[in-house]
Design a protein around this ligand. Structure first.
Ligand code: HEM
Ligand SMILES: Nc1nc2c(c(=O)[nH]1)N[C@H]1C(S)=C(S)[C@@H](COP(=O)(O)O)O[C@H]1N2
Ligand SMILES: [Mo]
Length: 443
């Protein structure tokens, strides 16, 4: 689309002034102070500094409306993701002192089995899609950052403080979220805690922002209000407002197109060019699906998962029952079609797992219906060497200690000799290389 052809359609009929060579002159001589006696310092504090004809209520309100729908969904899916961790159980949470912020936690369901896959796919894909919208929105309101005088009244000060908190926390969430999604394991646990606290700061700031702004936003949709954003001396347009909005939209769709495949799967998986593809090439065959961390990368000693490997199962401090892999294979075997759905947003398609029901192992050692389990692995160090599951997860008939996948013996990298797989469970709690299961009442 030629910018000049589109120009006449949506731009004001008045022809904007020709661009002047050299620096733009100040709007008023330095001696002419305004009514309050405070002349803005030169540069961005003067309205005439901002010359883009795109700025104005239409563009800002359009972007604001998209964010008004998208960001609460980010908050919702983020808080649900936190609940899905069952962070109140031992070994599941690295967020220190969350205290009252855990007030809403509930027992995460196992149905539908793709629930966590959907939740985290939406969180991460929508987050990526909103990046161009957030950037365009910030650009559209940039002159406000330089409002003069900086503080007009107590109310104005409060409004500005809440806006700063809102913008700051949103940028913080985007930065930490994208780093999480791409490089989560490089950062210590505190990084993930920051994303959690940032979400609550964002919620508080959003509440204040909405209370003070929603009225203005609605007027903006009808092209009144937010008039201060319009350039007082607009430069000639190089693109229409609609064109700019379409560009932002195309940026979002483009990002979705190269990300969403990691969560949707099937043939689209190969289109996820921007998404991390896990730690290693999964290869072909029954075990040829995404591997997050290989056994070698986590320092799993071949000897610990070879002939010497044993599974120790007990209920509380009761007697230990020890199983070899052959003994586990002699127990009733069950199958379940379940995905791995990582907190980073990628997921596998459903894989056909086969092994012993966690509920059967619980019953074998005399654990009760209300018991959860603490599962530990052959891994010596690292945040994910162990995880707890709640009673509803243990007693779902699809929850397995898997020994096979897709008709083949589990590969080392997928957790041989035995791994946990539970419906709708965050991937991180599907512990690989399990060596010890301790059933019991968990807090
Ligand atoms: C306003 C924006 C956002 C809000 C309010 C938000 C909120 C949350 C919350 C509350 C959690 C759970 C935290 C926890 O488990 O400790 C979470 C997790 C996560 N978020 Fe966001 N988020 C936002 C933006 C993003 C973006 C833009 C991305 C990436 C594109 C992202 C990626 C992630 C990932 C990978 C996780 C799981 C890992 C983790 O727990 O740290 N988030 N988010
Ligand atoms: N012992 C152990 N189990 C683990 C992990 C780990 O680091 N150590 N990573 C978890 C994470 S974060 C995910 S997403 C899944 C990935 O399983 P996969 O590599 O078989 O796809 O394994 C989980 N089980
Ligand atoms: Mo994960």
């Amino acid at each position: 689309m030629g910018a000049s052809a589109a120009y006449g359609r949506t731009m004001p009929a008045v022809r904007p002034p020709e661009p002047r060579p050299g620096p733009h002159p100040d709007p008023a001589p330095d001696t002419a102070a305004g009514p309050g006696g405070t002349l803005p310092p030169p540069g961005p504090f003067r309205p005439a500094f901002w010359r883009s004809p795109l700025r104005g209520p239409w563009f800002t309100a359009l972007l604001g409306t998209v964010l008004l729908a998208g960001l609460p969904l980010m908050l919702l899916t983020g808080l649900l993701s936190y609940a899905a961790y069952n962070p109140d159980l031992p070994g599941n949470d690295t967020t220190p002192g969350k205290g009252l912020l855990g007030f809403y936690l509930f027992s995460w369901p196992t149905d539908p089995h793709w629930l966590y896959r959907l939740n985290q796919g939406v969180h991460v894909t929508l987050g990526v899609a909103l990046v161009p919208v957030v950037l365009a929105k910030l650009w559209s309101v940039l002159p406000r950052l330089f409002a003069w005088p900086p503080l007009r009244s107590a109310r104005h000060a409060l409004e500005r403080a809440s806006t700063l908190l809102l913008v700051g926390s949103a940028l913080f969430e985007f930065a930490t979220g994208i780093l999480n999604m791409q490089l989560f394991y490089v950062f210590p646990g505190s990084f993930y805690a920051l994303h959690f606290y940032g979400a609550w700061v964002f919620l508080a700031a959003l509440a204040v922002h909405l209370a003070t702004r929603v009225g203005k936003l609605r007027r903006g949709l009808h092209d009144r209000g937010m008039d201060e954003l319009r350039a007082t001396e607009p430069a000639p347009p190089t693109i229409t407002r609609r064109g700019a909005a379409a560009l932002v939209g195309a940026g979002s769709l483009g990002l979705v197109a190269v990300t969403a495949g990691q969560s949707i799967g099937g043939p689209l998986r190969r289109t996820a060019l921007l998404a991390p593809h896990g730690g290693a090439d999964p290869g072909e065959g029954p075990n040829g699906f995404q591997i997050n961390k290989t056994a070698a990368a986590l320092g799993i000693e071949p000897a610990d998962i070879g002939e010497r490997w044993r599974l120790v199962v007990r209920a509380g401090s009761g007697p230990r029952t020890v199983f070899t892999r052959a003994e586990l294979l002699a127990l009733p075997q069950h199958t379940a079609a379940l995905p791995i759905a990582c907190v980073e947003g990628w997921s596998t398609d459903d894989q056909m797992w086969r092994g012993v029901r966690l509920a059967d192992l619980a019953a074998l050692v005399g654990a009760g219906e209300s018991d959860g389990v603490f599962a530990e692995s052959a891994q010596q160090k690292g945040a994910f060497r162990a995880a707890s599951l709640r009673a509803n997860q243990v007693h779902d008939p699809r929850s397995l200690l898997a020994l096979h996948v897709n008709g083949a013996v589990l590969s080392r990298d997928h957790g041989y000799p035995a791994r946990i797989i539970v419906p709708a469970n965050p991937g991180v709690h599907n512990t690989k290389w399990v060596t010890r299961l301790t059933f019991g009442e968990l807090p």
